[in-house]
Design a protein around this ligand. Structure first.
Ligand code: DMJ
Length: 649
C-alpha cells in the first residue's frame, strides 16, 4: 500500500532569486556596504543634505587646525622632526633617542634649557630671555643682542656672558648631578672688556686668513686645499667647520661663528651613506659639537651631537664589544679596516670623554656604558708592559695583537692622555683610571726614556720586542702637557719635571729645523761622537701637517709655570707657520720639507685640526688669564675641544 500523496504546497506571492552563493548576512564588508547604501537611500533628501554638510564642515575645521599649528614650526625643525620620526634604517641603526626636539626648547623659544639636558658649567649657559611668541623665529644673533632681563638690563652678551646669578637656572635635582659652578668671571672668554693681546691678535689674524680660504674655496666641505683653491672630502660632513666652531667662539669671531652655526642648522645632515672613522669623527665632530654647545648654550649643537652619537653606536656591536674602526652613519653597518679585524688601541680608548659627556647631557646611558666597557676591558687585559699598551686589539677576541711593540706615538698616544683626562673629567673618583695612568708613566720612565747626544735632550723612544728605537713622533709632544696637567691635579711632582724636560725637547724638534717647524718624526742621536746633531730626520719624515702637539703642551706648561719662555717659543712657531705655510689666497698648507726654507713644498692641504687645535692652543698660550677656560673647570679632549669637569675634586 502506498501512503496518500502530500497536500500541494501553499501558493507564494513572490519569487526568490539567488544571485550569489551567500545570500544572507555574512558579516562581510560587501554586505555592510550594501546595507549602508540601502539605509542611505531610505533617508529623505533633507536628511542626506544635512549629513553631507556636517561632514564637509568637520573636514574644513580639521584642515584649518593643521595649517595653523604647523605654521608655527620653523621649517628646519619640521624637517628635523620628520627625520626623527622616520627611522634611518630600523633594523641596524637605532632611531635617535629623545633629545627633546620640540621647537619650544630651542634657545630663544624658551626661557629655560630643556630639563632633559644636563649642561656644563652653568655660567656658560646662554639663557634666552622670556620673549613673547611674536619674536619667535627672529635671527639668533639679533635675539642675543637684544636680550634684556625684567629690569631692562642686559643679561647676556656675545660669547655667553651671563650677567645674572646662576641660581635657579636648573632644577635642584639636576644641580646635584651637575658640574661645579665657577664664578661668572671664571671664564675669561665671557668678559667682553678683556681685549686680546698683540700675540693673540696675531692668532686671530691667522685664524681669519685660514677661515677666509676655507670659506671661499671649501665651504661646507671637509678640508681646504689652499694651493689648488679647492677642497677634499673625508666624511663629507664639513669637518673643518665643525672642528673650528669653538675656536671661533673663544677667539671672539662672532660673525664667523654665526655663519657657521647657520650651516650646521641648515645643511649639516647625518643621514648619509658614508663610512666614518669612529675615533676621528668622535673627537672632531662629536667633541666639536659638544663643546660648541657648552660654550654657546645653543641646543642645536647638542641635538646634532646626540643624533651623531646614535649613528656611531653600531660600531660597538662586535663579539668583544671593542668597537670597529669604521661605521656607516647612514646604514649603521660597522666594520674593521679592509685588511684586518683589528682596531687601533688609541682609537678605541680615546672616545670616552665624548661619549661620557653625551650621556651626562642627554641622560641616555648607552653612550657611556659602551665606551666604559672598553676601558674596563683594557684595564684587565694581559699583554701590557708596566702599563704600556700594544698598538692593536682584535675586535673578535678582544685581545691585544702585534704584541711587544710599545710607543707613545701614533696608535697608542691618546690612550694615556684619556686615562688621565677621564679621571679628571669624572671628578677624580675612578681609581682604576688613575692606577693605569700612574703605572703607564712609570712604564714610560723605565722603558722608553733616554737622553740624546750631545746636548742630552730627554726624549721618549719606542720598544720593539725588547729593542729600543730612538724614534719619536711629533705626536708624542702631547705628553709634556698631559704630564703637567696631571701634576697640576695633584700627581707626583716628578711628572712636572719630566714635562719640562720633554717640553724642551719638543721645542728643539721645531727649533733645529731650518723652517722652525717640527717634522712628523725624528730620530735622536745616541752616540757620543762629536759633531753629531741631537735631532736627525729621515727623508720620508720631513713633512709637517700643521699639527698642534708642541703648542698644546706649551699652553699647559705656561699655564702651570707662568714661565714666559713658553709663550716666546709658541710665538716662534706661529711666525714659522706664517712664513712657510701661509698661502696668500687664503688658508695654510701642510708642507713636505721642514728642512728646506727655500722650498718647503706645500702639500695643498689644511687639516681641520689646524683650526680646531693648533690656533686655539696658540691663542690660549698667549693669554695671561688662568681663568680663560680654567683647567680646574675644563678638560680638553684630544682634539682640543673643552668639556666640563663634572664635579669638584
Ligand atoms: C688630532 O686629530 C688629535 O690631536 C689626535 O689625538 C692626534 N692627531 C691629530 C693632531 O695631530
Amino acid at each position: 500500500m502506498y501512503p496518500p500523496p502530500p497536500p500541494p504546497a501553499p501558493q507564494r506571492d513572490f519569487i526568490s532569486v539567488t544571485l550569489s552563493p551567500s545570500p544572507g548576512y555574512d558579516g562581510s564588508k560587501g554586505w555592510r556596504r550594501r546595507s549602508c547604501w540601502r539605509k542611505w537611500k531610505q533617508l529623505s533628501r533633507f536628511q542626506r543634505n544635512a549629513i553631507l554638510f556636517l561632514l564637509a564642515f568637520l573636514m574644513l575645521c580639521g584642515l584649518l587646525t593643521y595649517v595653523s599649528t604647523s605654521d608655527q614650526w620653523p621649517a628646519e625643525n619640521r624637517s628635523a622632526e620628520g627625520q626623527r620620526m622616520r627611522p634611518a634604517n630600523p633594523p641596524v641603526l637605532p632611531a635617535p633617542q629623545k633629545a627633546d626636539a620640540h621647537p619650544e626648547t630651542f634657545p630663544g623659544l624658551s626661557p629655560q634649557p630643556p630639563r632633559h639636558f644636563r649642561r656644563g658649567p652653568p655660567n656658560l649657559q646662554i639663557r634666552a630671555p622670556d620673549r613673547a611668541s611674536k619674536d619667535r623665529g627672529q635671527d639668533e644673533a639679533e635675539r642675543r643682542a637684544d636680550a634684556v632681563d625684567e629690569k631692562g638690563q642686559r643679561t647676556i652678551s656675545w660669547r655667553g656672558a651671563v650677567m645674572e646669578p646662576e641660581q635657579g637656572s636648573e632644577l635642584p635635582s639636576r644641580k646635584a648631578e651637575g658640574p661645579p659652578r665657577p664664578s661668572p668671571q671664571a671664564l675669561g672668554i665671557q668678559n667682553p672688556a678683556a681685549s686680546p693681546k698683540e700675540r693673540q691678535k696675531a692668532v686671530i689674524d691667522a685664524f681669519r686668513h685660514a677661515w677666509a680660504g676655507y670659506r671661499k674655496f671649501a665651504w661646507g666641505h671637509d678640508e681646504l686645499r689652499p694651493v689648488s683653491r679647492s677642497f677634499s672630502e673625508w666624511f663629507g660632513l664639513g669637518l673643518t667647520l665643525i672642528d673650528a666652531l669653538d675656536t671661533m667662539w673663544i677667539l671672539g669671531l662672532k660673525k664667523e661663528f654665526e655663519e657657521a652655526k647657520k650651516w650646521v642648522s641648515k645643511k649639516l645632515e647625518f643621514q648619509k651613506n658614508v663610512d666614518v672613522n669612529l675615533f676621528e669623527s668622535t673627537i672632531r665632530i662629536l667633541g666639536g659639537l659638544l663643546s660648541a654647545f657648552h660654550l654657546s648654550g645653543d641646543v642645536l649643537f647638542l641635538q646634532k651631537a646626540e643624533d651623531f652619537g646614535n649613528r656611531l653606536m653600531p660600531a660597538f656591536q662586535t663579539p668583544s664589544k671593542i668597537p670597529y674602526s669604521d661605521v656607516n652613519i647612514g646604514t649603521g653597518a660597522a666594520h674593521p679596516p679592509r685588511w684586518t679585524s683589528d682596531s687601533t688601541v688609541a682609537e678605541v680608548t680615546s672616545i670616552q670623554l665624548e661619549f661620557r659627556e653625551l650621556s651626562r647631557l642627554t641622560g641616555v646611558k648607552k653612550f657611556q656604558e659602551a665606551a666604559e666597557e672598553v676601558t674596563r676591558h683594557i684595564h684587565s687585559l694581559s699583554g701590557k708592559k708596566d702599563g704600556l699598551v700594544p698598538m692593536f686589539i682584535n675586535t673578535h677576541s678582544g685581545l691585544f695583537t702585534h704584541l711587544g711593540v710599545f710607543t707613545l706615538g701614533a696608535r697608542a698616544d691618546s690612550y694615556y692622555e684619556y686615562l688621565l683626562k677621564q679621571w679628571i673629567q669624572g671628578g677624580k673618583k675612578e681609581p682604576q683610571l688613575l692606577e693605569d695612568y700612574l703605572e703607564a708613566v712609570e712604564g714610560i720612565k723605565r722603558h722608553l726614556l733616554r737622553r740624546s747626544e750631545p746636548t742630552k735632550l730627554t726624549f721618549v723612544g719606542e720598544l720593539t720586542h725588547g729593542r729600543f728605537s730612538a724614534k719619536m713622533d711629533h705626536l708624542v709632544c702631547f705628553l709634556p702637557g698631559t704630564l703637567a696637567l696631571g701634576a697640576h691635579h695633584g700627581l707626583p711632582a716628578d711628572h712636572m719635571e719630566l714635562a719640562r724636560a720633554l717640553m724642551d725637547t719638543c721645542y728643539q724638534m721645531n727649533r733645529q729645523m731650518e723652517t722652525g717647524l717640527s717634522p712628523e718624526i725624528v730620530h735622536f742621536n745616541l752616540s757620543p761622537q762629536p759633531a753629531q746633531k741631537d735631532v736627525l730626520v729621515k727623508a720620508a719624515d720631513r713633512h709637517n701637517l700643521l699639527r698642534p702637539e708642541t703648542v698644546e703642551s706649551l699652553f699647559y706648561l705656561y699655564r702651570f709655570t707662568g714661565d714666559r719662555k713658553y709663550q716666546d717659543w709658541g710665538w716662534d712657531i706661529l711666525q714659522s707657520f706664517n712664513t712657510y705655510t701661509r698661502v696668500p689666497s687664503g688658508g695654510y698648507s701642510s708642507i713636505s720639507n721642514v728642512q728646506d726654507p727655500s722650498n718647503p713644498q706645500p702639500r695643498d692641504k689644511m687639516e681641520s685640526f689646524f683650526l680646531g687645535e693648533t690656533l686655539k692652543y696658540l691663542y690660549l698660550l698667549f693669554s695671561d688669564d688662568p681663568n680663560l677656560l680654567s683647567l680646574d673647570t675644563y678638560v680638553f679632549n684630544t682634539e682640543a675641544h673643552p668639556l666640563p669637569i663634572w664635579a669638584p675634586a
